[in-house]
Design a protein around this ligand. Structure first.
Ligand SMILES: [Zn+2]
Length: 578
């Protein structure tokens, strides 16, 4: 049963949502097939006169879609669908505009992203002075004594520590800023003090890997890398009310960008409970699946306590639900190339003999996968370096050999550097290629400098892996990248450098591949292909209307696409200019 069924809502609209969910649960869990609506009867909504991309290969395009309750009633030509029009049907004339299934994002950090929407943002700052100005303006505009959340990008070489930089605007109030790739963190003096970090605090060890970066005198600079970030992040506190408000802003932002479903790549029971509360209040407007994860640089232990939390998440939020779902376990196999924490097969350029290493000793990763597979979990593993990807593939292969065939749908995330010999292995092992495209690295910046020209040629081999037959799954990694799917589609299709040249163009993806990657492929990745990912009768009515036709504009304009309307489960949650 879904959380809504256990706590029936009072009031008409909410009650009908709860009842609809109940029908879905019964259909999915007991009967074993999703509920199909009768093929006649009146629609609540008809979207007509459109160019509707359905993502259903048997009927790729349509003019009209009829919606009844939270489901799609019919898909077809204008005349055919007009028969579902009744006195109360709302007709939305698309006027030739393109519509498509709601975007499913395969990898977001929704809480971090939602918090960053209203936090202090240094991503645009290129110098310490610019950063200082932004910090001071934020401090003035947001007085108070509680924690300040924010983010920072690449500021280059500065002769001041992050701690001093933050202290200049926030001498007393704790501040936590997450790096663009979410693997490092800046803390000011107040945050370090609250976290108990001083010159005598050792770097984390054992199941946690990371560094409290120090200056020449041994004082913490405020930069905490990988698992050391947790020392501060765990102390971060905002009230539940405030966190819910930030999540609501995140949900609105997601709907405005056309998202109707996300897979949260970091989560735990406490986070799932927040979404469940929003759902009970009728405020959850994005379907969420939650991977149980430790933070970056922190290993799973599969302790009895951890396993019972996984189990509890799966019991409370079963896969048969449509709004808050669990059952996925996320691993970090390594870190990032920019931090020298990704595991490579050959040494980093500039550090003779140093290849980095995986977060887990390889036998431990294999053992944990094996145990979780026996319990029927889906696994997703962050892997950036070619060494990490090799180990993960080897371990996935060993699980299939030991435990036999099963509908696993295990995934590997990112795969920025992956050895050409391993490209076909994803298809062979039925491993889902979960990409969050960004582009383009150059030899001028850390990523390219550390990998070197030879490995850069083989970097981000999206098309090679997919052409071999691996299933393509796409996402943003928000807030690492913008949540807006259209600039990401543009990146995937163009791989364009700033000067317009293309970064190893053979690896570009096609528009058709990208559309599938954001819709039906992600539904499959998420074990929801019976309910979402395409516009077909009986599926949940999740669809969006676009400002321009992706198939009619030049590819280089795809990134400017706007979303005019977003419908989730038959409910319009965003609408503008239509
Ligand atoms: Zn991520």
């Amino acid at each position: 049963m879904s959380d809504s069924d256990k706590r029936p809502e009072k009031g008409g609209a909410k009650k009908s949502i709860a009842r609809r969910d109940f029908l879905q649960e019964v259909a999915a869990g007991v009967v074993g097939a999703y509920a199909r609506l009768p093929s006649s009867g009146h629609a609540d909504f008809i979207f007509s006169r459109g160019r509707i991309y359905t993502s259903n290969p048997r009927q790729p395009w349509a003019q009209s879609v009829a919606v009844s309750g939270d489901r799609i009633l019919a898909v077809g030509g204008d005349l055919e669908i007009a028969q579902y029009r009744g006195p109360k049907t709302q007709v939305i004339d698309l006027g030739g505009r393109m519509a498509m299934p709601g975007i499913i994002d395969n990898h977001v950090h929704f809480v971090w992203g939602s918090n960053s929407l209203t936090g202090v943002q240094l991503r645009g700052a290129a110098t310490a002075d610019q950063a200082r100005k932004i910090l001071h303006e934020y401090a003035e505009a947001h007085p108070g004594s509680g924690w300040v959340w924010g983010g920072y990008g690449y500021i280059g070489e500065i002769n001041v520590s992050p701690r001093q930089l933050l202290d200049s605007a926030f001498p007393n109030r704790p501040v936590l800023l997450i790096s663009g790739d979410c693997h490092d963190l800046w803390a000011n003096s107040a945050a370090l003090e609250l976290s108990g970090i001083n010159r005598n605090t050792p770097n984390p060890s054992g199941d946690v890997r990371g560094t409290i970066v120090r200056d020449g005198d041994g004082e913490a600079t405020g930069l905490l890398t990988e698992g050391a970030k947790v020392l501060v992040a765990r102390k971060f506190h905002i009230s539940r009310t405030e966190q819910l408000a930030k999540l609501r802003a995140g949900l609105a932002h997601a709907n405005q960008n056309g998202l109707t479903s996300v897979i949260c790549a970091t989560g735990d029971l406490a986070q799932m409970d927040l979404y469940a509360e929003l759902h009970r209040r009728g405020e959850l407007t994005v379907r969420t699946t939650h991977a149980y994860a430790e933070d970056v640089g922190v290993r799973h232990t599969l302790s009895a306590e951890e396993l019972s939390a996984f189990e509890e998440a799966r019991r409370l939020y079963p896969r048969s639900g449509n709004w808050v779902r669990a059952g996925v376990i996320k691993f970090f196999a390594d870190g990032v190339i920019e931090g020298h924490t990704a595991a490579l097969l050959e040494p980093y350029i500039g550090i003779p003999g140093y290849k980095g290493s995986t977060l887990y000793p390889s036998d431990m990763l294999g053992r944990q996968y094996l145990a979780l597979d026996r319990l029927g979990y889906q696994i997703m593993t962050h892997s950036i370096g070619d060494g990490a990807s090799r180990e993960v593939l080897n371990a996935y292969e060993a699980v299939a050999r030991a435990n036999g065939a099963r509908d696993r749908r295990w995934r590997i995330e990112h795969m920025e550097a992956i050895s050409p010999g391993d490209w076909p292995r994803l298809a062979q092992l039925h491993v889902i290629a979960a990409f969050q495209p960004w582009c383009c690295p150059s030899l001028k910046f850390q990523y390219g400098k550390y990998l070197g020209a030879d490995r850069l040629v083989e970097s981000m081999p999206w098309q090679s892996i997919v052409s071999e037959g691996a299933l393509l799954s796409l996402g943003s990694d928000w807030p690492v990248e913008s949540l807006n799917p259209f600039p990401i589609m543009l990146t995937a299709i163009m791989r364009a450098n700033r000067d317009g040249s293309s970064f190893f163009p053979d690896q570009r993806l096609t528009l058709d591949q990208v559309m599938a990657g954001y819709t039906r492929n992600n539904a499959y990745t998420n074990f929801m292909e019976d309910r979402i990912g395409s516009l077909e009768p009986g599926k949940l009515a999740d669809l969006i209307v676009l400002s321009q036709d992706l198939y009619k504009i030049p590819h280089d304009r795809i990134g400017t696409t706007g979303v005019l309307l977003t419908m989730v489960g038959g409910r319009i949650v965003w609408r503008t200019a239509i």
